[in-house]
Ligand binder design. Structure first.
Ligand code: FAD
Ligand code: NAI
Length: 509
């Protein structure tokens, strides 16, 4: 009897497994039609970028309603919150990338993707000029894409404030290539410091890792780098033990200005324990290939210029406007007062335009430039466009019904059409009720190293500030669940386990 019960359970389990496998295969096989043939009846919606804003929009939008064209120099979505972990090899970069083709193939109607950079948006002509910026170019590398509707989600570039030497000598941390570059350079600095007969002064310089910018990017990177040193480098290359040093340079009096005072203090004390030096009130003015020059504000308010030698310099001082966005701003008188990006209204329409929207870091809508904001804005536009398409379809139907009503012969037919018109009008009223964009802040999270994180979480219209190991576990589980796909989740989890078991890989590619 017991055997029978087990056999019965096993049969059930196999049935569930089989159903899951069949459902998954159906999902995997689901593909839009192979050829993208623009339907002249539909409007052409061009989406620029494959980041948080654009991809959230793509996930939500019903692509059957529009001819959707996506243009981006990056044929993948990047889960930026885990990018700092890629700089030390804790996570492999491919684990946080999701190919855009994988996202698009699950859409109902085909979407055209062009791997290209939008170089100019001509608002009057309603075209976007695009350029193939990749290594391999065909006969045609520049062309134009006309649009009826345009969504700009091109993000932002790294701010350097025109400080001399920054572009030439620093590493940034925004894209996959940046993380790979940093990873390579950390190991290059270390191996060069270990070179035979290297002078002591040069060893100290090479092993001095300087991070400029005490926002979340700078803090998270500094924490990851110190972890790398404590967990792996120190053991694998003990000769660098006494000279490896991480310094975080910040112009303001403290790091992480967007967090509460309690969490700022917690971060600063954790950094102290980790032996990361914070140089607050220190504004970098010039960068050369071997040192930075910074203006330090002393406790008495006086200022002093200081030279700080470095081996690796990571520049994380926030966002600047991309050229293509600045050019559009210059075309629109309504944007004359905008400085940090495209000013948009409460429906994310770019001020001074019709049928042009902006999302994420390139739009200025009074929210911080975060993934959270960009994601919610993109999803809002997806819903808005679905509603707009439904409204248009209902309006067309109403027009047809009115024509039919005018031609109707008998009383009965007229009444029947009248009822249908009332029903459609009701649907239309309900459909048009989409309100303006409203951001719902879920809180801020940042990793600070030593298996600790800080979190300012919005909870029941209040705020919870917490820091420590439990917050770190929360940080990990939150980001794991936010990863784009199950595939990403499995890869990230595997990377974490791999690093725990075998340590990070210290080879230089
Ligand atoms: P992006 O995600 O930057 O996407 C822009 C897209 O536009 C990219 O696909 C790009 O290739 C494309 N593009 C660029 N130029 C052009 C062009 N000329 N034509 C067409 N396409 C173009 N936020 C959080 O909320 N939580 C976090 O934990 C967090 N961690 C972060 C960690 C790091 C290291 C960084 C750098 C940022 C982090 N952020 C975080 C901020 C967050 O990543 C950004 O706010 C978010 O990516 C903005 O989304 P976006 O869609 O506007 O731009
Ligand atoms: P940021 O704008 O948040 O911080 C940049 C810091 O650099 C500022 O504190 C500024 O005072 C400092 N700075 C500027 N010029 C300087 C100079 N010359 N010398 C010294 N310091 C200088 O930039 P960050 O960290 O790149 O973040 C960009 C956006 O991405 C932010 O909105 C942030 O909230 C978001 N983000 C969020 C994360 C999270 O939630 N965990 C992680 C990373 C980024």
């Amino acid at each position: 009897f017991r055997v029978l019960r087990w056999a019965w359970r096993l049969t059930w389990l196999s049935a569930i497994g089989l159903t899951g496998a069949v459902a998954y295969s159906i999902l995997e096989l689901r593909q839009p039609p192979e050829q993208f043939t623009p339907d002249p009846e539909k409007k052409t919606l061009v989406i620029l970028g494959t980041g948080w804003g654009s991809v959230s929009l793509l996930k939500k939008i019903d692509t059957e309603n529009y001819n959707v064209v996506v243009v981006s120099p990056r044929n993948y979505f990047l889960f930026t919150p885990l990018l700092p972990s890629c700089t030390t090899g804790l996570i492999e970069h491919r684990s946080i990338m999701e190919p855009i083709r994988n996202i698009l193939r699950h859409k109902k109607a085909s979407v055209k993707f062009y791997e290209a950079e939008a170089t100019k948006i001509d608002y009057e002509k309603r075209v976007v000029y695009i350029s193939d910026d990749s290594e391999i170019k065909g006969d045609i590398a520049h062309t134009e894409v006309p649009f009826d509707m345009l969504v700009i989600g091109v993000g932002a570039e790294n701010a350097t404030f025109g400080i001399p030497g920054v572009r030439e000598n620093s590493c940034f941390l925004k894209e996959v290539g940046d993380a790979q570059n940093i990873r390579r350079r950390i190991m290059d600095c270390i191996e060069t410091a270990c070179f035979k007969d290297q002078t002591e002064e040069e060893v100290k310089r090479l092993l001095h890792m300087v991070v400029v910018g005490g926002g979340p990017t700078g803090v998270e990177f500094a924490g990851e780098l110190q972890d790398f040193f404590n967990d792996d480098l120190k053991k694998w290359i003990p000769e660098i033990k006494d000279n490896f040093h991480v310094t975080l340079v910040e112009a303001l009096p403290n790091v992480l200005p967007m967090f509460s005072k309690q969490l700022i203090d917690y971060t600063e004390s954790t950094f102290k324990e980790e032996a990361i030096t914070i140089r607050a009130k220190t504004m970098v003015k010039k960068v050369t290939d071997k040192y930075i020059q910074a203006e330090v504000t002393k406790p008495d308010g006086s200022k002093e210029l200081e030279t700080i030698p470095y081996g690796l310099l990571v520049w994380a001082t926030g966002n600047a406007v991309r050229n293509v966005v600045r050019d559009l701003m210059n075309q629109l008188p309504a944007q004359a007062n905008s400085r940090r990006g495209l000013a948009v209204n409460e429906y994310l329409v770019v001020n001074g335009t019709e049928n042009v929207w902006a999302v994420g870091d390139c739009a200025i809508a009074n929210y911080a430039p975060t993934a959270q904001v960009a994601g919610q804005e993109g999803a809002f536009l997806g819903r808005l466009f679905n509603t707009m398409a439904k409204a248009e379809a209902l309006e067309k139907e109403l027009e047809k019904l009115s024509e039919r009503q005018a031609l109707a012969k008998g009383e009965e037919e007229r009444n029947q059409i009248f009822d249908e018109i009332r029903e459609r009008q009701k649907q239309l009223r309900r459909n048009k009720q989409i309100g303006p964009f409203q951001y719902s802040h879920q809180g801020s999270l940042a990793y600070i190293g030593k298996e600790r994180a800080v979190a300012d979480i919005s909870w029941l219209s209040g705020n919870i500030a917490s820091g420590g190991t439990m917050t770190y576990l929360f940080w990990r589980s939150a980001y794991l669940s936010m990863c784009f796909s199950t595939r990403n989740r499995v890869l990230v989890l595997t990377d974490w386990v791999k690093a725990k078991l075998f340590g990070r890989d210290v080879s230089r590619e």
